[in-house]
Design a protein around this ligand. Sequence first.
Ligand SMILES: NC(=O)c1ccc[n+]([C@@H]2O[C@H](COP(=O)([O-])OP(=O)(O)OC[C@H]3O[C@@H](n4cnc5c(N)ncnc54)[C@H](OP(=O)(O)O)[C@@H]3O)[C@@H](O)[C@H]2O)c1
Length: 251
Amino acid sequence: MSQTSLAPFALVTGASAGLGLATARCLLERGWQVVGASRRAAPIDHPQYADLRTDLADSAGLADAFETAWAERYALASRPRVGLVNNAAVLGPVGPISTVDPVALTRALAINVTAPAWLTGRFAGWVGGVPLRVVNVSSGAAHKPYAGWATYCASKAALLRLGETVGAEVEAMPALQGRDVAVVGFAPGVVDTAMQTDIRGYSTRELPMVQRFLDLKADGHLLPPELPAAAIADLLARDDLPRFHETRYTG
Ligand SMILES: NC(=O)c1ccc[n+]([C@@H]2O[C@H](COP(=O)([O-])OP(=O)(O)OC[C@H]3O[C@@H](n4cnc5c(N)ncnc54)[C@H](OP(=O)(O)O)[C@@H]3O)[C@@H](O)[C@H]2O)c1
C-alpha cells in the first residue's frame, strides 16, 4: 500500500466490549484502520483491525505498550487523519467516601485519567502535521456529584479538564501551536453495556440513585452502544471542530 492511500487510523481504548467495541466496529465499516487497546481481545475479525492487549492501569508499562516503534509501524505521521478515542474506564470503588480503598481509587484514576493524558501527549507527537481528533468519553458525572461515585465523578471531571487544557495548549504552547488538533469531551448517554449491569448491582446504601438506573433498564430506555458509537465516529471525521468542546449524544 502506498503512503498516499493509507486509511485514516484510530486507537480505541476499551474496544473489547460495550461502547468501545461498537465504536471500533463503526470505524471499520467506515474504512478506518483501528487498533483496540484492552486487556481482553475484541470479538472483531477484520483485516483492518488489531488488538493491543494491555492493562491501562499499569501506568509504568504504558511506554512499553505504546513504544515509538508502534507508532512507526502504523505510519501515523503519513495518515490522512488520526483519531484517539479515550473510552476505557471503570467505575472504581463505589460507596461512601469512608469506604474507598486508596489502591482501587488510584487504579481507577490510572485507567480513567492517566492513560488518556499520556496517550494524548504521545499521539500529538507521533502524528506530526496530520489532523488529530481526540474523543474523551465523558459522563454527566463530570459535572454533577453523584453520592457513592466519588472516584468516578472525580475521574470524569479530571478527564474533561484535561481535554480542555490540551485545547488551550494547542492555542498557546509552541509544541502544539498551529497544529490541527481538536479534543472533544463526549457524553454518550445511558448506554446498555456491562458498566450499566454493574451499576444495577449496587445497593441503595452504596449508590442512592441506583433505582433510577434500574428503572431506565426496566423501561427500555438504555441506548444501544451503536448509536453513540456512530456519533463518536462522526466527530473523528470532522474538520470544523474548535480546539476543545463538549458535546453529548442527542439522538
Ligand atoms: N454505559 C453507560 O451508561 C455510560 C454512561 C456514561 C459514560 N460512559 C462511559 O463510556 C465509556 C465506555 O463504557 P462502557 O459502558 O462501554 O463500559 P464497559 O462495557 O464496562 O467497557 C469498558 C471497556 O474498558 C476496558 N477496560 C476496563 N479496564 C481496563 C484496563 N485496566 N485496561 C484496559 N482496558 C480496560 C474494558 O476492557 P477489558 O476489560 O478487556 O480490559 C472494556 O473494553 C467509559 O468511559 C464510561 O465511563 C458509559
